[in-house]
Design a protein around this ligand. Structure first.
Ligand code: MLT
Length: 408
């Protein structure tokens, strides 16, 4: 008899974004004449940039000739791409990261979930509330929690509430976690962490031999020059952090797929005897066993992102999305909403009015304005009463959505 992984049955509901998709499809079927504007899942709408497309085509053409054809590549990614990432994403910002510490993959969603596999089953995990739901869901799937309580919290997870009162930056926990998920610029609140705040976490992790799992998927949207883009800009972070980066939002790769995970040489975790084991070595073992690398044309396209021309082009697209973010902020504030984020991140985090529940606001917007956003409670209990708008829409849709909300 095949037994299931019973931890899956603890999961509270379907994954957030497919659930939103299901509700929107139902609405569209019931209201065929009403065009829906999607500002829910953070999915990009602007095309890949010209130099990226050119490199992508070249990569495909190389696969068409026996002289330049490539089969399996290095599982960790081609050297040309890892070197370009190390230079452009890290060393140019003073973060000492080498190409050998970079693992290219097909997504940060997979990496942030899969990373748990190389750590002990009993690891205590700290997770911000609200936050990208993958961290909690994959912790449950990995059997590291008890059931979900009436308060929406899974037993065994150390939750770090992020509220307007603490500027959406969590305080250091009383109970010491082994692994700490941090995501800055933050999904969903759109807030950022200063150098001092990150230093506090790095020092805490060093003191307790914890590891910070730092999701920097939205670093390219930072506008404030004082805000660090990488945890590795913080002194001491090489001993205690793993960083996840993605080209999904940065360069429009949500459909093309390319991300990378950075694990410094000196990062250690411990066996039951207290012996230090190199984390990079474990991840390399996992990666080479379970992953055969991203396709060559995609890596070639990705490398173009890190050229001067590529950087100029992707920056123009990011500017476009950030202008959307500014428009969303301005319009919602003019309607009397309290609004956070959207200044160094593509997400705008809005307080609903009169204590309205997040899913009720979702239904209201869908039914009365045919506009889709993401209910804050889908990111954790402290997200209740909030709503997230994504700035990754086409400009005309942003303007139309804001006009519809004004008319509500
Ligand atoms: C989001 O909307 O939170 C993200 O697009 C989801 C993801 O990156 O997987």
């Amino acid at each position: 008899m095949a037994l299931i992984n019973e931890h899956y049955q603890k999961l509270a509901a379907g994954y957030l974004f497919p659930e939103i998709g299901r509700r929107v499809r139902e609405y569209e079927q019931a209201h065929p004449g009403k065009p829906v504007i999607r500002m829910g899942i953070g999915d990009v709408t602007q095309p890949l940039s010209p130099s990226v497309i050119r490199a992508f085509h070249e990569g495909v053409d190389e696969m068409a000739s026996a002289a330049t054809f490539r089969g399996y590549g290095p599982e960790q990614g081609y050297g040309f791409l890892r070197e370009a990432i190390a230079e452009r994403s890290f060393r140019s910002r003073g973060a000492d990261i080498s190409a050998e510490e970079i693992f290219v993959s097909d997504g940060s969603k997979c990496d942030t979930g899969n990373i748990q596999e190389i750590f002990g089953r009993d690891s205590k995990i700290a997770i911000c509330d609200p936050v990208y739901p993958v961290y909690a869901d994959t912790t449950v799937m990995a059997g590291k929690t008890g059931p979900v309580g009436d308060n929406g919290y899974y037993q065994g997870i150390i939750y770090l509430p992020c509220t307007a009162e603490n500027n959406f930056i969590p305080g250091l926990p009383q109970e010491v976690p082994d692994l700490i998920f941090l995501c800055y610029p933050n999904n969903p609140t759109g807030t950022v962490a200063t150098r001092e705040e990150l230093k506090k976490w790095v020092d805490y992790a060093r003191e307790h031999k914890s590891i910070i799992l730092f999701d920097a998927a939205y670093e390219a949207f930072i506008r404030n020059g004082e805000i660090p883009h990488s945890i590795f800009e913080i002194e001491g972070a090489r001993e205690v952090a793993i960083e996840f980066r993605s080209l999904s939002k940065t360069a429009g790769f949500t459909g093309t797929r390319l991300a990378y995970t950075v694990i410094p040489e000196e990062l250690m975790a411990y066996d039951r005897q207290g012996q230090a084991v190199q984390v990079k070595k474990l991840w390399n073992r996992r990666h080479t066993t379970k992953f055969n690398g991203v396709s060559y044309p995609v890596q070639k396209a990705a490398a173009a992102v890190f050229t001067e021309e590529g950087q100029r082009e992707v920056q123009a697209t990011i500017d476009y999305y950030m202008e959307n973010a500014a428009l969303i902020r301005k319009n919602l504030e003019a309607c009397g909403y309290t609004v956070y984020g959207g200044e160094n991140a593509p997400y705008i985090w809005v307080r609903t009015r009169n204590g309205m529940k997040s899913w009720d606001f979702f239904d209201l917007l869908l039914e009365r304005a045919s506009v889709v956003g993401t209910p804050g409670s889908g990111f954790g209990p402290s997200g209740e009463g909030y709503f997230r708008f994504s700035a990754f829409a086409a400009r005309e849709n942003v303007l139309e959505a804001m006009a519809r909300i004004r008319d509500l």
